[in-house]
Design a binder for this molecule. Structure first.
Ligand SMILES: [Zn+2]
Length: 218
């Protein structure tokens, strides 16, 4: 056997081994999927001109032009690789913090959850109606999250920022009360009573996206 043939045979065996692992283990398949998604992120990272950590001189107009250009490319990719469509049965309330990637919380490309995002995961009447609408559209699990190192929580604890953002801080102070109010809404209350809906609470570890389930509610 030549050296070239030996290398080709080795590569073939490694490939077959990887395929076998993926077939045998759904977990390995899930991990490989996540790795490929992240590989995609890495490949696209260098095209992001509007990351303020990279260039503070960039102007709003340049950022807007870049955003439009990237959307055109992204839509092109979507056209080439259509996504699986699924009807969501889960709705998640999460903070708007950009470090939390809600697409990765339970595996990217799954698309089986609605996401409502607000600073500090506050739940004003408008968000309550959004979640209620989601329940009418078939959602059976609502996950209310908060997260570690939350800027809105820090603002609520800072006297100067409390003065600067009174509306947001007011909702932060009433967070638990608003959740109780939401659970008492007739559509939500009845769905829970009929066993068609459960509401769960979790705190997201911002550095890992890991959900720490806080308490089992309805
Ligand atoms: Zn936050």
């Amino acid at each position: 056997m030549t050296k070239k043939m030996g290398c080709a045979l080795g590569a073939l065996l490694v490939s077959l081994g990887l395929i076998a692992v993926v077939i045998i283990s759904p977990r390995a398949e899930f991990t490989l999927g996540g790795a490929l998604v992240n590989l995609g992120y890495r490949l696209q990272d260098r095209f992001s001109q509007f990351d303020f950590e990279h260039d503070e001189t960039i102007t709003p107009d340049q950022i807007w032009d870049e955003l439009k250009r990237q959307n055109e490319m992204a839509a092109g990719v979507r056209g080439l690789f259509p996504r699986t469509t699924r009807h969501p049965v889960v709705a998640i309330l999460a903070c708007m913090d950009a470090r939390i990637d809600t697409s990765e919380l339970v595996g990217d490309t799954r698309r089986y959850y609605y996401v409502v995002r607000t600073a500090g995961s506050v739940l004003s009447p408008a968000e309550q109606e959004m979640l209620e609408l989601a329940v009418l559209n078939g959602v059976e699990v609502i996950l209310l999250t908060t997260h570690t190192d939350c800027a809105a929580e820090a603002a609520a604890a800072d006297p100067k920022l409390r003065e600067k953002f009174p509306a947001l801080i007011g909702l932060m102070d009433e967070r638990e009360q608003r959740i109780d109010e939401f659970k008492a809404r007739p559509i939500i209350r009845d769905a829970i009573a009929e066993g068609k809906l459960i509401i769960k609470h979790a705190r997201i570890d911002t550095s890992t996206d890991k959900l720490v389930i806080e308490k089992a509610d309805e």
